[in-house]
Design a protein around this ligand. Sequence first.
Ligand code: C2E
Ligand code: CA
Ligand code: CA
Length: 279
Amino acid sequence: MAAAVRHREFPVHYQPIIELETGRCIGAEALVRWRRPDGTMVRPDEFIPLAETSGLIMPITDQVIERVVSDLNQMLVADRSLHVAINLCAEDISTGRFLPVLAAALDHTGIWPEQILLEATERGFVDVEGARRTLIEARRIGHGTAIDDFGTGYSSLQYLQTLPLNALKIDKSFVDTIGKVTATSSVTNHIIDMAKALNLLVVAEGVERQDQADYLNERGVELAQGWLFAKPLPADDFIAFHKQCQQRLGPAPIRVKDGLRRPAAGRGAEGPAAPATHP
Ligand code: C2E
Ligand code: CA
Ligand code: CA
């Protein structure tokens, strides 16, 4: 895999993130792939664990950051209502190592830090103090922060309350239980209620059916991603998907939503960066 890193064999696909109430595409999650020299695509579940134990995940994260910027720079500057979510490994969350890398990549691009959402799984919060430092700094810069795969790993409600998080992503395993009577179907409701109580934006993952989307929307879940809307797409296809959405539904308003977006008032697309407005 070290050779794959040297040869930069890691393209990024983008899964649209949809505003449930309107159906608008308001962003994407960047999902890395490994394209081997013979053209076969390896899914991240098959190489991320290995990359994490070998430490190669960090240069991979850096390459993902570069790709996101080169793939979507134009689009993000042209449409300020859009954000891109980037997945980070536990070590990056506990050390904050990637923050200067991200800052350098965004420098002179015109992309607002607010348009980049950082996703960390619960494994990233094992070192709570390290994670806290990283998230505080990320938010000072202007990035949004999200807890990923919530409910599937090491979890403490105590830290959820004290960490500077903007969003909570409900894992697909919980979304799968919607419409079924199982022990975990009530957990889904509790997670939504808890996220609301903590004033976190909720993103549901792995939405495959319309009845799941309807249910989540009724329960006040703002955002969702899943095959119902779109699979992860190569950059060009994602850009086309977003364009189609805009033509059908009109442009999305630029709103400050828990640090994900900036206010439109008085801001031109090329306007100077205003200080971040976070609670
Ligand atoms: P994740 O962060 O939970 O990403 C969501 C995964 O769910 C993606 O798998 C996506 O393709 C899949 N998915 C989305 N909607 C649906 C659906 O409706 N049905 C089903 N069955 N699956 C759906 P993917 O792309 O294979 O990524 C797997 C995991 O690999 C990610 O899970 C994330 O933990 C990790 N990963 C991906 N890219 C990166 C990266 O750049 N850095 C790091 N550290 N991890 C990454
Ligand atoms: Ca994720
Ligand atoms: Ca997830």
